[in-house]
Design a binder for this molecule. Structure first.
Ligand code: ADP
Ligand code: MG
Length: 320
């Protein structure tokens, strides 16, 4: 007999939460949660649609990981501490193997960050996964997109672009989902920068996560802050695996237009450079100064002190 909705919930999504602030989790009409007094509740949700946000044939464990990771990345970008998650699952059929792998991918990441799955919904339909995450941040300490000021330095964490290259390898058939290539692993199992986001409280004047490509996201940050940004293309961090496989222009296109790495883009006043260095050391996450905030609007891409007009939109996958 095929698994029913309630069997699925009971079997795969009812793990004990281990959080004292979950008064009531999966099983009742709604979850009962006890936010810490004095903290702001931070909420984010993201949907993954098969064929649009993940390739058909993607291992279920990777989908479970990604569905939560994109949401945790949003909380990281707010400087928030994640606590609870809700999962809405639409599936064409109750495939036990798929559900088991999906739940494992999801719970592994959730438990690594102390996140409790406290509810959701399970329906039949096309494969669509929506997760909502809730977390906390002291009001006033949240990192927003809108605080960048002229004179601030623009930073990006880690090495963006690897995941986009990994996605292309998978799409073209040049790599399989079980490939150990760093680009593929970064795409399927990227780590949201929660620790870095929290450490940037009180230090970064603005922050966001890179999800649609560094250049486009930087434009959003500049717009939200009402400032301009001067981006130094020569200072973009190029991951060793990219440098080993592609010429510089292609590496830059991956960095500028690729998403899915969960890196953070943020601004810090120059006087705080030492404090930021200490954070990078403590978290083990490299941060790279890639530009400066200026009066004005938009993002100017500079190379060798000159304005560069062609920043390579000629990269089809990200054009649409
Ligand atoms: P209701 O009909 O009252 O909305 P449901 O049958 O949809 O209840 O869900 C029963 C319980 O299981 C609820 O606590 C709900 O939050 C939880 N739940 C349903 N689907 C999921 C899921 N995919 N993951 C986690 N919890 C779920
Ligand atoms: Mg329901």
């Amino acid at each position: 007999m095929p698994l029913g909705e309630f069997d699925i919930i009971a079997r795969y999504f009812s793990r004990a939460t281990g959080r004292k602030d979950v008064l009531l989790g999966v099983g009742d009409d709604a979850a009962l949660l006890l936010p810490p007094p004095g903290q702001a509740l931070v909420a984010a949700t993201d949907t993954l649609v098969e064929g649009r946000h993940f390739l058909p044939g993607t291992p279920a464990a990777a989908i479970g990981h990604q569905a939560l990771a994109v949401n945790l990345s949003d909380l990281a970008a707010m400087g928030a501490e994640p606590a609870w998650a809700l999962l809405s699952l639409s599936l064409p059929a109750p495939d036990e193997r798929w559900l088991e792998d999906f739940a494992r991918g999801l719970y592994t990441l959730a438990e690594a960050h102390g996140v409790a799955l406290v509810g959701g919904d399970t329906v039949s339909g096309p494969r669509v996964i929506t997760i909502e995450v809730l977390g906390f941040v002291p009001p006033g300490a949240a990192l927003k997109r809108s605080g960048a000021r002229p004179g601030d330095v623009v930073y990006v964490s880690g090495t963006p672009g690897e995941a986009a290259a990994g996605l292309e390898l998978l799409e073209s058939g040049a790599a399989t989902f079980d490939s150990s290539d760093r680009r593929v692993r970064r795409f399927l199992q990227g780590e949201p920068r929660l620790q870095l986001g929290r450490a940037l409280r009180g230090l970064a004047t603005s922050a966001m996560d890179v999800s649609d490509g560094l250049l486009g996201d930087l434009r959003k940050l500049a717009g939200a802050s009402g400032v301009g940004v001067r981006l130094e293309l020569e200072r973009l961090p190029i991951a060793p695996v990219l440098a080993a496989h592609y010429a510089r222009p292609q590496c830059e296109r991956y960095v500028l237009h690729g998403g899915d790495d969960y890196e953070l883009l943020f601004t810090v006043p120059p006087a705080q450079a030492d404090a930021l260095d200490a954070i990078a050391r403590d978290t083990g996450i490299a941060v790279h100064a890639i530009g400066t905030v200026e009066p004005g609007s938009g993002v100017q891409c500079m190379r060798a002190g000159r304005l560069e007009t062609d920043t390579g939109r000629g990269y089809d996958h990200f054009a649409g």
